[in-house]
Design a protein around this ligand. Structure first.
Ligand SMILES: Nc1ncnc2c1ncn2[C@@H]1O[C@H](COP(=O)(O)OP(=O)(O)OP(=O)(O)O)[C@@H](O)[C@H]1O
Ligand SMILES: O=C(O)C1=C[C@@H](O)[C@@H](O)[C@H](O)C1
Ligand SMILES: [Mg+2]
Length: 176
């Protein structure tokens, strides 16, 4: 008999603005849950043997978005994984639809005030942030907040340590 798919089977898919910690938290969460971890940016980097910045430079953003979409739609149908998306992936409707239908979408929510502290650590590897003023980045941050409203679960990140975030996510996931 076919087993009815439960929340326990679904992959957990992390979304949120670039630099909020999807990769870092996804990895820690996967470790704790003993699940495979997949980071879409890293997977694309391996596939093309280039950094995301180089893919943007040599192939263009449209190419990156197309490959990102194909990869995420396929991955979102897999079960029991922890999958961290790139920060811009959820802007694509097909990606949103597939992730929301097939997985448990977890939104990492951070205030702009707290997020701003991350800029120096991420600016060199996030082409979308480069050449923008703080005002422009803030506008992008707020525009994208409206997209991340589409989720199943949300965790507020401000002032929390990694371990605390992972524990609160596990508590709120109905994995029984
Ligand atoms: N809880 C945390 N506290 C402090 N720094 C953190 C925390 N989580 C992540 N960082 C740092 O913030 C930076 C961005 O983290 P990470 O790469 O996990 O973000 P991301 O959401 O995956 O970004 P992107 O959307 O670009 O893939 C890294 O330098 C990381 O070490
Ligand atoms: O927010 C974005 O648009 C991006 C975030 C990163 O994770 C990468 O996917 C890439 O740098 C684009
Ligand atoms: Mg990441």
């Amino acid at each position: 008999m076919l087993q009815k798919e439960s929340g326990k089977q679904k992959s957990i898919i992390l979304i949120g603005f670039m630099g909020v910690g999807k990769t870092t938290i996804g990895k820690a969460l996967a470790n704790k849950l003993k699940r495979d971890f997949i980071d879409v940016d890293h997977q694309l980097e391996r596939e093309y043997n280039m950094t995301v910045t180089e893919i943007f430079q040599y192939h263009g953003e449209a190419f990156f978005r197309k490959k990102e979409k194909e990869m995420i739609i396929a991955l979102s149908k897999q079960t029991q994984k922890v999958i961290s998306l790139g920060g811009g992936a959820f802007l694509q409707e097909d990606i949103r639809k597939s992730c929301l239908e097939n997985g448990i979408v977890l939104y990492l929510d951070m205030s702009f005030k707290a997020w701003k502290q991350r800029i120096p650590f991420i600016i060199d590897s996030r082409p979308v942030l480069q050449g923008k003023s703080e005002e422009e980045i803030k506008n992008l941050f707020n525009e994208r907040k409206a997209i991340y409203i589409n989720h199943h679960l949300k965790v507020k990140m401000d002032g929390k340590e990694l371990e605390e975030i992972v524990e609160s996510v596990i508590d709120s996931l109905d994995l029984a």
